[in-house]
Design a binder for this molecule. Structure first.
Ligand SMILES: Nc1ncnc2c(CN3C[C@H](CSc4cnccn4)[C@@H](O)C3)c[nH]c12
Length: 229
């Protein structure tokens, strides 16, 4: 029986998801709140990690190890790199990397440490379901590489480094750490983001303006996918 983890990083990213559920049971653990709901016989745990790779790793590992979730879906917003991605557009990660992981001084590639890998693949099965849902709902979605790092990117220079180094389509601050945790614990996972800004000098303003609407785009699509699980 599937027990689903639905995760975001910011409260604004899970608020539109929580609004779909009633009878929410709140569990406090490790300085965070985990919201347990039942949906169509599906046990679901919802949480936002707080910003960045460390908090995201803690929350993903907690949802799996403490709450016993066996599938993890992430919904949130991202900075767009691929020029095809406009604000509000949806991207599904097929693979993720850490753009700020750097021991190149020792001859290793950007994003690599011994025992790790630069790119981590998401669940093909979950992506197939998601693409079917997108088709049925006439939703434009692109599938691509998402780069994660512990910084809000708001410069063309950093954006271009990430694009050149990883051929990334979008960037954010949590996805790749969720990927490392789920990959290590052998849990299928799915990372969905809607574009809130284009990670350049206007990123801060665009982010503030479009966070809510883009978070809702992602949440509304994710709920349609949950109904297919
Ligand atoms: N350009 C970008 N660079 C890096 N990440 C992103 C994201 C995705 N999220 C949003 C949020 C930005 S930091 C934050 C801190 N305080 C308030 C709001 N956001 C962080 O959780 C990562 C959207 N655009 C991004």
């Amino acid at each position: 029986m599937t027990k689903l983890a639905i995760m975001g990083a910011m409260e604004e990213e899970i608020e539109p998801l929580l609004s779909y559920f009633e009878n929410v049971n709140t569990v406090e653990f490790a300085n965070n709140k985990y919201y347990e709901v039942n949906y169509d016989g599906l046990e679901i745990v919802i949480a936002y990690s707080k910003i960045g790779k460390v908090f995201a790793s803690l929350t993903a590992a907690t949802m799996i190890e403490k709450f016993g979730c066996d599938t993890l879906l992430f919904s949130g917003v991202a900075g767009g790199i691929n020029p095809e991605l406009k604000i509000g557009d949806l991207i599904i990660a097929d693979k993720l990397c850490q753009h700020d992981l750097d021991i190149t001084a020792f001859g290793h590639p950007n994003g690599y440490v011994p025992g790790g890998k630069v790119f981590i693949q998401t669940s093909e099965e979950l992506r197939t379901i998601a693409k079917k849902v997108a088709l049925e709902n006439n939703l434009k979605v692109i599938e691509g590489t998402i780069a994660t790092g512990d910084q809000f990117v708001h410069s063309t220079e950093r954006k271009e480094f990430i694009q050149k180094t990883f051929d990334a389509d979008a960037l954010e601050m949590e996805g790749a750490s969720v990927a490392v945790v789920c990959d290590a614990l052998n849990i299928p996972y799915f990372i969905l983001r809607a574009i809130s800004d284009t990670a350049d000098m206007d990123a801060g303003f665009d982010f503030d303006e479009f966070l809510k609407s883009s978070a809702k785009n992602s949440a509304d699509y994710l709920i349609k996918i949950v109904k297919e699980l």
